[in-house]
Design a binder for this molecule. Structure first.
Ligand code: BGC
Length: 725
């Protein structure tokens, strides 16, 4: 047996005992998951009764789960089922989408929202969620960017780990905890051209520096399961990728948990052209290290024969079954296989709604403000316009099918409630929905704006334009929303734009027309109250962008941690007046028709407060491997309102054996400051954090000079220096 397998096989007496009694078919059953509603559910019941299924995805209710569990317990060995479901950004109470949560740069918040989601799911018998998604992505065309934590490996890892802690707690068999699943291993976020399910080509050094650290961090945090991706990585589908699963995950990282395939992704290896038929699929996936097959049945059909024929070693099958049984053991399913309806449900409790409101407040990003926000207390009439002002379903975002629609409070209803009798609130949608090009309602919106002191315009994307299989090649506001915005801007009345979307949109033009722009993402159940809090100034916006916003699709991918190139741009946009002679000394890495910088950079976000940074100190400024480096900065709130600032620490390795990104995020802290308050913010950096994967695939920090930057976004000018000797 390989070293990888030996390290991975944690021996638990109950598991060993069961394993010793199992037939090959029962083992294949433990390695199979039925997806409720796909294929025959009656057949699945028969399989469960015969001890030939280990898990069920999306069983419809607590009662059904208990009935299925009863069948499993009555089977020959009585191994309980484990029930999975996608509980991604909330169950009944819907929290902001993950990309929004990442904008909070608040790991405590990510942990608390995951915990609340786990509590609501656990009380209806869900044991296991398929979250967090820790795919790093730099492509807003990809619909799943909504479900990601954005473009940065450090931020993604931090949010991923916090989510794992929130779902699993110290132990997932505690009441109100469920098993987490870091997905999609690996590289799915690099999908070529932003097209869903597309090929990924990632050099190993980049894979190890950018795409794997978030998964490794989740493994170190004790995540119980991982899911493979739909993508093929460098020619090998992730669900049959022994390099990823056996060598890195189970070998180098010593992962003891279970690997589940994505939905039918094993079977899709036939379409990828890497397997001939479903026998081949079972052989390839089992050999590569997929422990549990989601939705398809190739293991059940073929694995026993493959083992008998010597084509798949029995040790590999035993290792996979051990992992699945260990998951059930750690979830406490052998002791508590059934779920009881709660005496008092926590779903949509006042506490969870308050948390949803807080999470939404903290994740909104103020992109522009000429003073139009917060709304003046003197406003006597407000025009609440746009197709998303009163669209409860859309504000919930992409993974909200269990969310309670009736609980969603829209901006219109919250503003009406908050502004009370003294302020006239006029609502006109202007467009039938945000994808519509029917402009017949725009004039009514214009009339409402003309009659009001200020216009709040709610535009963006509906929930179903982001998420899985929702790639877009254009990133502008869909339908006639751009026209609606232009017509309202032309009224000359103050215009505040609130954008709700599941991805960065190319909104430079509409931003230029508005007085203020608040990017709210899809904020969830409590979108309305949270928006009212921010727009009315009870809470200052504090979110920062976890992903760069392109000016135009043609810039994609545009991200802050890019390389310098041999000819960094001399100016943001190349100017070539007609007739300009060829001048090779002026050739640089720029565009002729658009600036080279993004519309809004990573880490960017305004507040009603104003923050000033100074006195950056790096001690020691000559460090040796293993030293702790202290980086301190003075932060001051130079305004008369309280606010939170996300202080960000970036590093640039000036000379490397491989070229290094111009900046890399290495730390962040959310700091609350009263008006006029000054605080010293301190980071401790280990020299390990300065390392990267070298050409020999070994990670290490190389001696030399490093630049250190601290500030409020990825362009932070305040710098210091460090030498690693
Ligand atoms: C998605 C996964 C999800 C799974 C189960 C797949 O289509 O890619 O992220 O967890 O379905 O619903």
């Amino acid at each position: 047996m390989s070293r990888e397998l030996q390290t991975a096989s944690a021996r638990i007496p109950r598991v060993e005992e069961l394993l010793s009694q199992m037939t090959l078919l029962e083992k294949a059953g433990q390695m199979s998951q039925h997806s409720w509603g796909f294929g025959s559910d009656d057949e699945a019941r028969e399989y469960i009764a015969a001890g030939k299924l280990g898990s069920v995805l999306n069983a419809p209710s607590l009662e059904e789960r208990n009935r299925l569990q009863q069948l499993a317990l009555e089977s020959r060995l009585g191994v309980p089922l484990v029930f999975g479901r996608d509980v991604i950004h909330g169950y009944k109470t819907i929290f902001p989408i993950p990309l929004a949560l990442a904008s909070s740069f608040d790991v405590g918040l990510a942990e608390r929202t995951a915990r609340a989601a786990a509590q609501e799911a656990a009380e209806v018998g869900i044991d296991w969620t398929f979250a967090p998604m820790v795919d790093v992505t730099r492509d807003p065309r990809w619909g799943r960017v909504a479900e990601s934590f954005g473009e940065d490996p450090h931020l993604t890892a931090a949010m991923g780990v916090a989510s794992v802690h929130g779902f699993q707690g110290r132990s997932p068999d505690e009441p109100g905890r469920i098993a987490a699943c870091a997905k999609h291993f690996a590289g799915y976020g690099a999908t070529e051209s932003g097209k869903e399910y597309n090929t990924t080509w990632i050099p190993e050094t980049q894979l190890r520096d950018v795409h794997l650290p978030s998964f490794q961090a989740c493994v170190q945090a004790g995540v119980m399961t991982l899911m493979t991706g739909f993508n093929d990585l460098n020619g090998v589908p992730a669900s049959g990728n022994a390099f990823l699963l056996r060598r890195i995950l189970k070998g180098e990282w010593g992962f003891l948990g279970a690997v589940v395939s994505d939905w039918a992704s094993m079977l899709e290896m036939i379409q990828h052209g890497s397997c001939a038929d479903d026998t081949d699929v079972a052989r390839v996936a089992a050999s590569a290290g997929v422990d549990l097959e989601m939705a398809s049945r190739t293991y059940l059909k073929h694995l026993p024969r493959l083992v008998e024929a010597g084509l798949v070693p029995l040790e590999l099958v035993d290792d996979a079954v051990r992992r699945v049984l260990r998951l059930k053991h750690e979830l406490g399913l052998f002791e508590h296989p059934f779920s009881k309806p709660p005496v008092t449900s926590v779903a949509l409790s006042a506490e969870h709604l308050a948390l949803a409101r807080e999470a939404a407040q903290r994740s909104m990003v103020l992109l522009k403000n000429d003073g139009a926000l917060p709304l003046a207390k003197s406003s006597r009439s407000v025009a609440v316009l746009g197709p998303l002002a009163d669209a409860p379903l859309e504000q919930l975002g992409c993974w909200s099918y269990d969310g309670t629609l009736e609980a969603a409070v829209t901006p219109l209803s919250a503003l009406r409630a908050r502004l009370g009798q003294g302020v006239r609130v006029e609502h006109v949608a202007g467009l039938p929905d945000c994808r519509s090009s029917d402009e017949s309602g725009i004039q009514a919106a214009v009339d409402a704006a003309l009659a009001a002191d200020v216009t709040l315009l709610f535009v963006g994307e509906p929930a179903n334009l982001s998420g899985e299989c929702r790639s877009r090649a254009f990133l502008d506001l869909p339908g006639s929303q751009g026209e609606l915005c232009a017509r309202l801007a032309a009224t000359g009345k103050p215009l505040v734009l609130v954008v709700m979307a599941g991805r960065p949109l190319t909104i430079g033009e509409v931003c230029a027309q508005a007085n203020a722009v608040l990017y709210a993402w899809h904020p969830g159940t409590m979108a309305g109250p949270a928006l009212a809090d921010v727009l009315l100034g009870d809470v200052a916006p504090s979110g920062k962008l976890p992903i760069s916003f392109p000016r135009t699709v043609g810039q994609v991918p545009v991200y802050y941690a890019h390389k310098n190139t041999g000819r960094p741009p001399k100016q943001d946009r190349k100017q070539i007046p007609t007739g300009t002679p060829l001048d090779p000394t002026d050739f640089d890495a720029s565009y002729l028709d658009v600036e080279v910088t993004p519309e809004f950079p990573f880490g960017f976000g305004l507040s009603y407060a104003k923050f000033e940074y100074d006195q950056l100190e790096v001690t020691p400024n000559q460090a040796r491997a293993g030293d702790a480096i202290r980086i301190r900065v003075q932060l001051r709130n130079a305004s008369d309102v309280p606010g939170d600032e996300v202080v960000q620490l970036y590093v640039h390795d000036r000379v490397g054996s491989l070229t290094r990104p111009v900046r890399e995020l290495k730390g962040f802290q959310r700091v609350s400051l009263a008006p006029g308050e000054r605080k010293c913010v301190e980071f401790t950096l280990t020299t390990d954090a300065l390392g990267f994967c070298g050409a020999d695939m070994v990670g290490r920090a190389e001696p030399g000079e490093f630049q250190i930057f601290v500030g409020g976004d990825s362009r932070a000018p305040l710098g210091g220096a460090l030498v690693l000797v």
